[in-house]
Ligand binder design. Structure first.
Ligand code: HEM
Length: 419
């Protein structure tokens, strides 16, 4: 069952050649999807290694800081970006966006070894020292501008229900890239205050996650759940897109932020949270009127938690308490695994049908297990419950989505070989 069909080119649906062209385009886009899932497996295994290494007291000589960079970089650039591009390419019937998806996938995969071995430092290539990971990450960044250019050229083909969200998503992707360039400038100038480094870092990472990924997935959900007629959705979307650019301030350590900017961050968080709540209520209402599409629910619930967290973080004491209680990593994974990743799975299923996400239910359960397993690592877990079981549970939680995704990749691979 397919929740919504991608916007079709204006050609006769009865024609056999048209059907075969569309069939070929779909299988090529699904090949990018499969490549992105492989990156998810590798990035997830890297995260699980990060958790396991200190527990076993053996890091195999690797620097765990670099391991974490390799994990987050591959998740963003090798998983989220190509997966989203494959879905977008199908809806816009765009060969060039699909090709860009391939290029992004390869660039992300090539940058994995240098990130794992050297982080952002110099790699040794023969007798030369090169900032390989930075070079490849920069190429990945340039691909964002190419995506923005292609999108501007082809946005007329975007379905109405998704267009407003995708416009915002692409705009905020470009805005977030300014943070990445800013990081380079800050590292060259090395200003005395560490505010500038934190500001550039969070402009980059937070706008990528809150801006690009969240809005792209919400656009896919609005399209699949057919909620475009909702006035609440349209006004909340505008509020969300207008306020999200300021939410990065909430992630900067409060002691570094000038008071006037703190107010801007708090208002940004409050309005973005209210906007996101409005969008989610409209989507859940639309979902309630259908008897299919239940697979959207887990991702939308995760985004609901994110919206409430923004409203909470707009109160300075609550934000500081959250950071002190070690809620940053759970929050990030509710957003990126719970909201973004489960949302991309639902979008893939709505775009290509259930054959695109075999083992979907298993993956949802495994992702929830991971999120729950992060609770004992925070300051809000009752001390009396701690014990040696905690680390075992955390490890099992980290491995669960990786194993579920391996199952999906194998099933997709077997299907691809037999067709
Ligand atoms: C199988 C699923 C996943 C596992 C096992 C996993 C594991 C981890 C671990 C162990 C850390 C380091 C935590 C720490 O510093 O204490 C981490 C951080 C992080 N992860 Fe994941 N993660 C998963 C999914 C994801 C996804 C889907 C994304 C993004 C799309 C993501 C993005 C990040 C980011 C941005 C960080 C923070 C990096 C930093 O602080 O430098 N993770 N993850």
């Amino acid at each position: 069952m397919s929740m919504s069909s991608p916007s079709a080119p204006a050609i006769d649906p009865e024609s056999k050649s048209t059907a075969s062209v569309r069939g070929r385009q779909t299988s090529q886009s699904m090949a990018v999807w499969l490549g992105a899932l492989l990156c998810f497996v590798l990035a997830g295994s890297t995260g699980a290694f990060f958790r396991a290494a200190p527990w076993f007291g053996w890091t195999a000589g690797f620097d765990l800081g670099n391991v974490r960079h390799a994990h987050s970089h591959l998740m963003y650039f090798g998983w989220v970006m190509p997966a989203a591009m494959a879905i977008l390419a199908t809806h816009l019937s765009s060969r060039r966006i699909r090709t860009l998806g391939w290029a992004t996938l390869w660039l992300a995969a090539l940058s994995y070894p240098p990130f794992f071995l050297y982080g952002y430092g110099m790699a040794t290539v023969g007798s030369m020292q090169l900032p390989l990971s930075v070079i490849l990450a920069t190429a990945n960044l340039l691909a964002w501008y190419v995506l923005a250019g292609f999108y501007v050229m082809e946005r007329g083909k975007a379905p109405d229900a998704a267009r407003g969200f995708w416009d915002g998503a692409v705009g905020l992707l470009v805005l977030s890239s300014i943070g990445a360039w800013g990081l380079g400038v800050v590292q060259a100038i090395r200003p005395e205050s560490s505010f500038w480094f934190a500001a550039a870092l969070h402009l980059f990472l937070d706008l990528f996650a809150h801006g690009w990924i969240l809005l792209f997935v919400l656009g896919c959900a609005a399209l699949a759940l057919d909620s475009s007629a909702s006035l609440l959705l349209r006004w909340s979307r505008r509020l969300l897109i207008g306020a999200v650019p300021f939410t990065f301030v909430l992630s900067i350590p409060p002691s570094l932020v000038p008071p006037s900017l703190n107010v801007v961050g708090a208002l940004g968080g409050l309005f973005a949270g209210i906007g996101a709540l409005g969008v989610l209520v409209a989507l859940l209402r639309a979902w309630g009127q259908r008897d299919d599409g239940g697979f959207w629910l887990p991702g939308l619930i995760a985004f609901l938690v994110v919206a409430l967290a923004w409203i909470g973080m707009s109160i300075p004491d609550v934000g500081a308490w959250g950071l002190d209680a070690g809620l940053r990593i759970p929050y990030l994974h509710i957003l990126l695994l719970g909201g973004a990743t489960l949302g991309l799975w639902s979008a893939a299923r709505a775009t290509w049908g259930p054959g695109a996400t075999p083992g979907h239910g298993l993956f949802v359960v495994a992702s929830v297990l991971l999120l729950v397993s992060l609770w004992p690592l925070t300051g809000i877990f009752p001390g009396a419950w701690r014990g040696s079981w905690v680390m075992r549970a955390v490890l099992a939680g980290a491995a669960a989505p990786v194993l579920a995704a391996v199952y999906t990749v194998v099933r997709l691979g077997v299907t691809a070989r037999s067709t």
